[in-house]
Structure formats: structure tokens, C-alpha cells
Design a protein around this ligand. Structure first.
Ligand SMILES: [Mg+2]
Ligand SMILES: [Zn+2]
Length: 237
């Protein structure tokens, strides 16, 4: 008899959630996991959650990244994680943008977050239950996509997002980083008895950081700086 796979998944945004934000990353050498990511994914995978990535890559529509380059970037991400013993089941991306310059990609689509299309497709193709799953991302569009798809959601606070004004944009939890999010998820689903507190929504009531003007390929200054501080905090607990 074929073994049934668990129906729960952690769906993850890519940039600013798993890897350092890089403006339209097209070089596999620029793939760099954020601190604590492999540990957090290891806990989640060990608790029986399948791991899937859902990411907006409008750089394709804008002509900054080819799908071939994107495939190499994703292969590198997958290999880095496999080397850490973490199986990534699938990576889904939206290559579209209504203001794109490449024909065939410059369109309004149903897969660019905050639309839930990619999540729905991932759940259908991989065969996991959205209601038993979580979506983790670093911007409110991630939260909205996850909520619209019927997942529970966690917002990683990189300092860039305001407090949400609608229920659709409101996450179940705000977390400092992925290890913090993983602990919140494991506790909420009764898979860990370790006590863990989310950040309050009020933590988002402060001036939002912006990354300024970047060229394609530039690393984003914000999450890097934030995460160094957050990783230090995480380690100090
Ligand atoms: Mg992101
Ligand atoms: Zn799309």
C-alpha cells in the first residue's frame, strides 16, 4: 500500500523569508539563506509539514531575469537546502506583472500575490490541505494571499510593513524571523509544548523602512540589517 503523505504544508515566500532579499536576483551565487532558516525548516519538516515555496518574480515580466536564470537560482536554493537535509517539495513562481515589458508576461494574472492562485495551484498539484497549512511571508501581500487561499498566516516583521487595515491582510501571528514563526506554528498545532509569544500587531505601528532605489541584482539593505539584529536576539533567548 502506498504511504499517504501528510496533508499539511508550510508554504513559504522566497525573498526576505528564506533568502536575503536581492533586487531581481538572477545569479545563483547571490542565493544566501537568512540566519536560522535551515534550522527552522528542519523543525517543521521533522514535524511532518511539507515545504513549498510560492514567490512573485515580476523581474521576468520586466525583462530583468529570464526563466532560465530563475531556474538556476531555484536549483541553487534547492541544493543548499538539500545539503542541510531539508527537502523542498516544489517552487512555484509568478513571472507576470501588468507593467512588464515582455510580451506574454505583461498581464494581470491570478497568480501574483496577493492573488491566491499560486497557493491554490500548489495545494492542488502537491495534494495538501490549505486549511491544515500555513503561509509565511514578509509582506502584507503574502498574508493576504495566504488568507484568501484559506491558510493560516504568519508575517515576518522585517520592518517594512505597516499595521494591516483589513482582516484579509491580518496574519494569525507576527514573528521576528522564521525560527520564531516555526515555534509559533508548532505550538499552535499542538506539536510543541514550548511556550512562545508572537509579536503584538502593535509592533508594526512605527515608520516603515523602505529599501530605496536599487538596480537589478543589488542586495536589499533592509532585511540584511534587520536579520543580523534579529538573529542576535534569537540566539540570546
Ligand atoms: Mg518576500
Ligand atoms: Zn502571475
Amino acid at each position: 500500500m502506498r504511504q499517504r503523505r501528510p496533508s499539511r504544508a508550510i508554504v513559504l515566500d522566497r525573498d526576505g523569508t528564506l533568502m536575503h532579499n536581492c533586487h531581481y536576483c538572477r545569479d545563483p551565487e547571490q542565493v544566501q539563506l537568512l540566519p536560522g532558516v535551515s534550522a527552522a525548516l528542519g523543525w517543521l519538516s521533522g514535524a511532518g509539514y511539507r515545504l513549498v515555496v510560492v514567490t512573485n518574480q515580476s523581474g521576468v515580466a520586466r525583462g530583468h531575469v529570464s526563466e532560465r536564470q530563475l531556474a538556476r537560482v531555484h536549483e541553487r536554493l534547492r541544493r543548499i537546502l538539500v545539503a542541510e537535509g531539508i527537502p523542498l517539495e516544489a517552487i512555484y513562481y509568478c513571472p507576470h506583472h501588468p507593467e512588464g515589458s515582455r510580451s506574454g508576461y505583461a498581464e494581470h494574472c491570478l497568480c501574483r500575490k496577493p492573488e491566491p492562485g499560486l497557493l491554490l495551484r500548489a495545494a492542488f498539484e502537491c495534494g495538501f490541505a490549505l486549511a491544515a497549512s500555513w503561509f509565511v511571508g514578509d509582506i502584507l501581500a503574502d498574508v493576504e494571499a495566504g488568507n484568501r487561499a484559506g491558510c493560516r498566516t504568519v508575517l515576518l516583521d522585517l520592518g517594512t510593513e505597516p499595521r494591516p487595515e483589513t482582516a484579509l491582510q491580518t496574519p494569525a501571528y507576527v514573528a521576528r524571523n522564521l525560527p520564531h514563526a516555526a515555534r509559533l506554528i508548532l505550538a499552535a498545532d499542538g506539536r510543541s509544548r514550548r511556550k512562545v509569544e508572537p509579536l503584538p500587531l502593535a509592533a508594526l505601528d512605527r515608520p516603515c523602512l523602505t529599501q530605496g532605489v536599487l538596480r537589478p541584482g543589488d542586495p536589499s539593505p533592509i532585511p540584511t540589517a534587520q536579520w543580523v539584529t534579529q538573529a542576535a536576539l534569537e540566539g540570546a533567548q
